[in-house]
Design a protein around this ligand. Sequence first.
Ligand SMILES: Nc1ncnc2c1ncn2[C@@H]1O[C@H](COP(=O)(O)OP(=O)(O)OP(=O)(O)O)[C@@H](O)[C@H]1O
Ligand SMILES: NC(=O)c1ccc[n+]([C@@H]2O[C@H](CO)[C@@H](O)[C@H]2O)c1
Length: 206
Amino acid sequence: MKTFVIGIGGVTNGGKTTLAKRLHTELPNCSMISQDDYFKPDSEVAVDENGFKQYDVLDALNMEVMMARVYSWIKQPRNTLNSTEEYEKSQNILGTKDDIHVLIVEGFLLYNYRPLNDVFNRRYFLTVPYEECKRRRSTRVYVPPDPPGYFDGHVWPMYLKNTQDMEDITKDIVYIDGTKSENDIYSHVYSDVKEALSGLQSTTTS
Ligand SMILES: Nc1ncnc2c1ncn2[C@@H]1O[C@H](COP(=O)(O)OP(=O)(O)OP(=O)(O)O)[C@@H](O)[C@H]1O
Ligand SMILES: NC(=O)c1ccc[n+]([C@@H]2O[C@H](CO)[C@@H](O)[C@H]2O)c1
């Protein structure tokens, strides 16, 4: 039994969840963890001098709790070949009976956190330019909702800083143009993953 951990990172509203959910549905033996589920309670998130809650930094997240979940999956992957359909899916995709378990981790701050960055076999990063990102974000309602000026006063500056830090930590990232259609993005990543899984299969033994 082997494991393969995929990171779907990128800018806010880059389409991470959309892509991750589809891969999760299509890949056999696949589990998914979303970083957004690990935000600290609002009362524990710092506020800056302009009154903006500092949500777009690692300190806003319970990364230790998230890592515990990731390590626990690696130790004992949850999804097994538990149905004929899953079994056939794995044969179609991998062309083999071999047992590979896939974990998708999706979120906006994956590669800046070294312990998490270290577990990825493949790192994707969805990008969207400033204007399109701001437009998409304005259609979303978070809890709590973005106050006026939040995108320019916190979200985008933190994205630029986090991306810079990320590039200092890891170079091994596959950048994806998030303005392409959902289908194009999915097909591209799916073929890439499939190729990587086949490689894993032929180079290792269980
Ligand atoms: N390829 C795409 N082209 C155009 N719009 C897209 C595309 N993918 C996703 N969207 C839209 O962009 C918005 C954000 O998508 P999604 O929730 O997948 O992004 P995200 O990166 O997970 O966002 P978050 O910052 O909340 O983590 C949604 O309204 C979604 O429908
Ligand atoms: N999920 C949350 O608790 C929450 C609260 C406030 C803001 N956000 C935003 O989520 C994005 C990541 O998906 C970040 O850009 C946060 O600003 C999330």
